[in-house]
Design a protein around this ligand. Structure first.
Ligand code: NAD
Length: 292
């Protein structure tokens, strides 16, 4: 396929490189980042998208996506698919899909989980919103860039799945960190708490796959001085998007809101920026009940 790939940052560059390495004709554009090996550089988003069967975007936020889509949509040929893999607000995803379909294109929102390591290894999970036909036509590309693609429903459903998942992740990570911090003060060894919780009803991915306590459970960013991994500011982004979506549809998400407020404080007022999101454990362990 001919592919226009716009946004060649930490995630986009290895994704585009994997498509090129698999034999696709990939034309790339980024405002700042260089084109990876195998990808043909172009001078604008429209130029990258011209004549492409699929336009893929991997951009920082919904505002930038809307601006890039306005430029790219007229450049794609009728019948082509615009596939956005960025994490953006549900409203922007739906607006861009509507604009693309009005221009005779197909559109998918296909945010990912798996991080930079997953993008490099081609093992991402894609959560996809859009038509069955568009999903089927882009599936061979998802298979190259990822290990799994789930068709979640119509336009916006991929973004909805992503923020619901990450709201659970943010909340369970905080709950896990709270429990380890409480255990410390009760004189309960962290390894013994792990032995219990990892097979008991408090079990979650945050405990068994990404344990926030150094030296306990499998290797995780906690064992690497909380270097990300998944940075606290990216968790804050996703929790903020979840709260924006909850506002939009009047959904009551009390612990999601608390998690968003806590990560905002951690990133904006404290030392959380640039640390893994599991560094919530040393933050909580160092505090007392009445600390603001
Ligand atoms: P990044 O900042 O490294 O890359 C974004 C790229 O977009 C940059 O290179 C930037 O120059 C480029 N860009 C911005 N405006 C542009 C424009 N108008 N035209 C062309 N290029 C433009 O970010 P990233 O880590 O690659 O993340 C990309 C998306 O993936 C984000 O939405 C993020 O939330 C999501 N995501 C990231 C991770 C992760 O671990 N990094 C994991 C899952 C999802």
């Amino acid at each position: 396929m001919q592919i226009g790939f716009i946004g060649l940052g930490n995630m986009g560059a290895p994704m585009a490189a994997n498509l090129a390495a698999a034999g696709h004709d990939v034309h790339g554009f980024d405002l700042a980042a260089p084109c990876p090996d195998g990808v043909t550089p172009t001078t604008s988003g429209a130029d990258a998208a011209k004549g492409a069967d699929v336009g893929i975007t991997m951009l920082p936020n919904g505002e930038i996506l809307r601006a890039v889509a306005a430029e790219v949509i007229p450049a794609l040929s009728p019948g082509a698919v615009l596939c956005d893999c960025s994490t953006v607000d549900v409203e922007s995803a739906r607006a861009v899909a509507a604009q693309a379909m009005a221009a005779g294109l197909e559109a998918l929102d296909a945010p990912v989980s798996g991080g930079v390591g997953g993008a490099q290894a081609g093992s991402l999970t894609f959560m996809v919103g859009g038509s069955e036909a568009a999903f089927a036509s882009v599936s061979p590309l998802f298979e190259i860039m990822g290990a799994r693609a789930v068709h979640c429903g119509d336009a916006g459903a991929g973004q909805a799945a992503k923020i619901c998942n990450n709201m659970i992740l943010g909340v369970t990570m905080i709950a896990t960190c709270e429990a380890f911090a409480l255990a410390d003060k009760l004189g309960l060894d962290r390894a013994r708490l792990y032995d219990v919780v990892s097979t008991a009803s408090g079990q979650s991915w945050s405990v068994t796959s990404y344990c926030p306590a150094p030296g306990v459970g499998p290797q995780s960013p906690a064992d690497n001085e909380y270097r990300p991994g998944f940075a606290a500011e990216l968790m804050l982004k996703d929790l903020t998007l979840a709260q924006a979506a909850a506002e939009m549809v009047d959904a009551d998400t009390p612990t999601g809101r608390l998690a968003s407020d806590l990560y905002r404080r951690f990133v904006e007022d404290e030392d959380g920026r640039g640390r893994d999101f599991s560094a919530m454990l040393p933050r909580l362990a160092g505090r007392g009940r009445d600390d603001a």
